[in-house]
Design a protein around this ligand. Structure first.
Ligand code: FPP
Length: 257
């Protein structure tokens, strides 16, 4: 895929994760039902997916439905589940054509059957590469019934069972062991974590995977979030010095080498 000159100058995040907050407030401020905010949020999803793909982001992970979201009103949950089906059906062709493969983190089995089937179909369809393409250009991960803490607990249970049965020595357990058991095992660490809607918290999203992520918080409500807002976040990311525990001098030296 050709990359524009301005995009090449930016230090692009390889893995972008987004907490898409503010749909409810967007709708309420217009006298609409919260579900209307989610519908408009799906429009913003489409724009952000396109821009990430055009710019060359390799992994985009969206917090579409958290484990905690099951405590929302039943009607809102149903509207979200139907919206996911519409998204899966409407976007499949374009995603495949652009060699964007869809993947789920969290637990798809906890979704109602009609939503699960639509998302499974989308995964299967987009994981087959379009003709003339040899590798996927971007992985779009949808976090569904996802909880970072639950990923940690589930991984610990499996690892403890392996240790008890002698498959694994406790001293051989490292962060890689843990990561391999997460539902995010196929994804690299997050480089840029964006949260819209004015709050500044992670809400149980990719807790370990974001250990060294740059955090970008914006007051823009998710349905109003545009490509320009995304490119602003990329510019901020590009201006940050990522030290990973090293000194600023060490980072500069490593750049010269
Ligand atoms: C949080 O905003 C948003 C959600 C819980 C759902 C996110 C879903 C979408 C953006 C639409 C569908 C997604 C895909 C991938 C098709 P909120 O409702 O908590 O907003 P509020 O804080 O203003 O109440």
């Amino acid at each position: 895929m050709p990359t524009s000159i301005s995009a090449r100058r930016l230090e692009l995040p390889r893995h972008v994760a987004i907490i898409m907050d503010g749909n409810g407030r967007w709708a309420r401020s217009r006298g609409l039902e919260r579900a209307a905010g989610h519908d408009e949020g799906a429009r913003a999803v489409r724009e952000v997916v396109r821009t990430c793909r055009e710019r060359g982001v390799r992994y985009l992970t969206l917090y579409a439905f958290s484990l905690a979201n099951w405590s929302r009103p039943k009607l809102e949950i149903e509207a979200l589940m139907r919206l996911l089906v519409r998204f899966a059906e409407k976007e499949a062709a374009e995603l495949k054509e652009k060699a964007i493969n869809v993947n789920v983190i969290g637990d798809l089995d906890e979704l109602p059957t009609f939503t699960r089937h639509a998302v499974e179909n989308l995964i299967e369809y987009t994981n087959e590469l379009p003709e003339g393409t040899t590798e996927p250009q971007m992985t779009l991960s949808l976090a569904l019934s996802y909880s970072g803490r639950r990923d940690v607990v589930d991984a610990m249970r499996t690892i403890a069972a392996h240790a008890r049965s002698g498959l694994l020595l406790p001293e051989d357990i490292d962060i890689g062991t843990l990561r391999r058991h997460f539902t995010t095992h196929q994804l690299p660490d997050v480089d840029l974590m964006i949260r819209t809607g004015g709050e500044q918290r992670l809400s149980d999203f990719l807790l370990i995977e974001s250990a060294y992520a740059e955090l970008h918080f914006t007051d823009v409500l998710w349905p109003d979030f545009t490509s320009d807002d995304l490119l602003d976040a990329f510019r901020v990311f590009s201006g940050r010095e990522r030290r990973f525990g090293r000194t600023g001098e060490q980072v500069k030296l490593a750049r010269v080498k």
